[in-house]
Ligand binder design. Sequence first.
Ligand code: APR
Length: 226
Amino acid sequence: MKIAVLTGAGVSAESGLKTFRDSNGLWEGHDVMTVASPQGFARNPELVLDFYNQRRRQLLEVEPNKAHLALAELEKNHDVTIITQNVDDLHERAGSTKVLHLHGELLKVRSTFDEDLILDWKTDLNLGDFCEHNHQLRPHIVWFGEAVPLIEVAAIEVEKADVVIVVGTSMQVYPAAGLIQYAGPDAHCYFVDPNPSLQSNSRITVFAEKATTGVPKVVQEIANMN
Ligand code: APR
């Protein structure tokens, strides 16, 4: 079967990475527009670079959790595309091979001069770190107000899916939050989140629980379908 998986910060919460909108979330200490917008970067680049340096350092200290691993397992018997709003690499480290990062990747940076000039980057990024054209490098992250280049590709993946699994997203940030609407009429959807923003109905099964227990249950249900 073709499976599309939509994940948000909640799938990485049990690996120790903060979500955005839960209590004590990432946005709690920061004004989003100060640390995650082009205007914020222009106004105070050091603050923005430091915000992402802290998150990049933390990412290198954490591991994928059972939810990431269960989703990677699915690839053994199905055609799985992970469509994630997350900028961490935990899906890849768990073994998923087809991962679309709608909001960019924390372990990559790009030139402020040529947005197609993208580099792998695992250390701190500071002012004065320039690309080969001598322009400042920035985090390869989609900031608020910037385009989400992969959204069309993601919508097609959801449209083609027999099963759609949504894990750990508050469904508050568009266009990512709108992807579930592309699920085909015959597709069955699963939603795993301790505070689900969707209700169960004939087409969607909600597991109102954490990813590390809910996702393995979904994987088991899919295994029983065959
Ligand atoms: N398991 C599963 N889900 C969880 C867990 C957990 N252990 N803990 C929290 N959650 C759920 C919350 O209930 C919430 O629905 O994860 C979701 C987190 O929501 P947000 O913090 O809004 O994160 P997300 O939906 O990924 O945000 C989308 O907003 O700020 C932008 O670019 C940023 O990609 C991000 C986007």
